[in-house]
Design a protein around this ligand. Structure first.
Ligand SMILES: CC(C)(COP(=O)(O)OP(=O)(O)OC[C@H]1O[C@@H](n2cnc3c(N)ncnc32)[C@H](O)[C@@H]1OP(=O)(O)O)[C@@H](O)C(=O)NCCC(=O)NCCS
Length: 174
């Protein structure tokens, strides 16, 4: 594949376009693990994400890619680079000094399964490789099996598992 979409580099000025694309990821999270409810709403999720992206885009080496189909936003990916000393990795694994994190990958439902997500991931990985960063991480919700399958096929292995016991879940049951 590889036709039918255009990919360009984005910046902080593009974050309004990214909002609905991130909210699509949040919806995937809610749908894939309903047992973990209650979830924050669309406005809350984007407020928190936007703040994170503004911080990441203020750092050197961060890359935001935006994909468009017929001039409509269809997906995005964002990667950034951190010092291993600022991560959970340093006390356990041997790596380089810098770690590349694939912070986000999203393709809107209508365009999924057409290769766009893989192309965005390719480009993010190439960016990190060009910076000399060879040690990569990304996070996924445990129940997001489709996305995890894609990442595993690309060489990522399950590494660190968070478990959660949130009080709101018990309150929901009552
Ligand atoms: C994960 C995602 C970015 C992949 O993008 P994509 O353009 O569908 O990916 P590609 O077409 O390049 O590759 C298809 C692969 O993606 C995975 N995939 C995940 N969700 C999928 C979906 N709804 N439809 C088809 N494939 C999907 C599968 O592994 C699939 O390969 P396989 O079914 O043959 O094993 C996209 O499906 C998406 O945005 N999903 C919802 C948000 C999300 O989960 N993001 C990742 C958060 S960690």
């Amino acid at each position: 594949m590889g036709t039918g979409w255009q990919v360009r580099v984005g910046g902080v000025e593009d974050l309004d376009l990214v909002g609905p694309l991130w909210v699509a990821v949040h919806h995937r999270h809610c749908e894939s693990m309903p047992e973990l409810a209650p979830y924050v709403d669309d406005a809350e999720t984007w407020r928190a994400r936007r703040k994170l992206y503004e911080e990441l885009l203020a750092k050197p080496d961060t890359l935001l890619l935006l994909a468009f189909v017929d001039d409509e936003p269809a997906g995005y990916g964002l990667t950034h680079v951190m010092r291993v000393a600022d991560s959970w990795i340093e006390d356990t694994w041997r790596t380089g000094d810098r770690i590349g994190e694939i912070e986000s990958l999203s393709v809107l439902p209508d365009y999924r399964g057409t290769g766009l997500g893989s192309e965005l991931l390719d480009r993010l990985e190439t960016h990190l490789h060009d910076l000399g960063v060879e040690d990569l991480i990304l996070g996924a919700l445990a129940g997001n099996a489709d996305a995890i399958r894609l990442y595993e096929r690309r060489g990522y292995q399950p590494t660190w598992l968070y478990l959660s016991k949130f009080a709101g879940r018990e309150r929901n049951k009552r």
